[in-house]
Write a protein that binds this ligand. Sequence first.
Ligand code: PMP
Length: 456
Amino acid sequence: GAADTLARDPAAPAESHLFYQAHGTRPFIDRAEGIWMYGQDGKSYMDAASGAMVCNIGHSNPRVIAAMKEQLDRCTFAYRLQFQSEASEGLAAEIARLMPAGLDKVFFVSGGSEAVETCLKFARQWAIAVGQGSRYKVISRFPSYHGCTLGALAVTGYTPLSAPFDPMMRAMPKITTPRQYLDGRGEDPDAYGRRMADLLEEEILRQGPETVLAFIMEPVGGASTGAVVAPDTYYPRIREICDKYGVLLIYDEVMTGVGRTGRFLAAEHWGITPDLVAMSKGFAAGYAPLGAMIAPGRMVRQVLDAGGFAHGHTYAGNPIACAAGRAVVREIVEQDLSTNAACMGERQMAGLQALMAEFPFVGDVRGKGLLQAMELVADKETLAVLPKELNAASRLVDLAYERGLIIYFRRTRGGAEGDHVMITPPLTITPAEVDEMLDRLRGALRALHKEIAGRY
Ligand code: PMP
């Protein structure tokens, strides 16, 4: 148990002075390599969550570590207003090369929430710069996740995290996220996609187009919906509506970016060019805290000409983080890990579908590339949620842990109810590792089946 782990660990202080959720119930980490993490409890764990969908190229990649060490020896910090750095210039140039045409300016930050905040503030400053200062509302979706800082939280549709802070934020309008498995069953997917996209037009008209600044969306849902993908018709229709009303389209690719869904950006699946893109997570793949906003040079020039971008964090463009990001992106491109994510994603999805057929409480499996989720339900037909007190997804995570498998759970459907787990291994995963991961997951599902059978 957890107490044993702590007691056996020479590094464990008598009382921890950290306070994260679930703290104290997990082993201390010793080291990690590739898809494997080794605890000080002497056990090995297969990382099928990539941490929190972060470690996209696996752990201890020697080329990334070498690039970081080289930077460490040269200079660990250079403030962006005092020096340029090869690391940040080189990474920005590489990103500009990989982005859809026109998205060629990069503003570095240290994480996903910061990247989203930067997009929101840049959008607002651009509107002011071009004489559209009446625009300030950012429409987003429910459910969604865009970060936990107050600005990013205002556009996040996930009540357990946002509710306490409602009085401190300006409420932003939300439209329903398309989830055909829940609310469009039996409907033609193309028609459903268009109908759900049209909700944006209705909301823009309701708010008054002259007040609407932007629309922000995750191209493939992250943990808040559990890897939900919209029908193909949704994406171009959203782009069209934004264009029609002069509303900026912001893609939050914090989780989907850098190869996770089988393309460098998820936007590429639909040939969409967003106006602004937020990236983080897989960008430096857990080797350093790094995020970015990517914007078109045309818009950046307008903001700079109007007096500059009133925004910036001390650690922006940190040379070590950028050296890590540059080496990570090189790995993604040179090893063609987006393609591997697409291929291994298919293998994994076939396995998850087999598990869905095997277990009565696995109600849906979905996703794109290696961004996939499994939803646990009380009834496969109605998709009714399991009783909250069973804590099914959380229990599945614990049972997987006991079998040396790390997966990631969240309440689903935007509120406190519902259960899903994310299955999001590193993009470097091999076919044999996919199979072993699925075996371990089957073991955990069998144990859960024993535990909850007859209780719902
Ligand atoms: N946007 C999305 C889509 C995310 O998945 C996350 C993190 N889960 C964030 C933003 C926030 O990123 P961070 O936790 O690095 O602040």
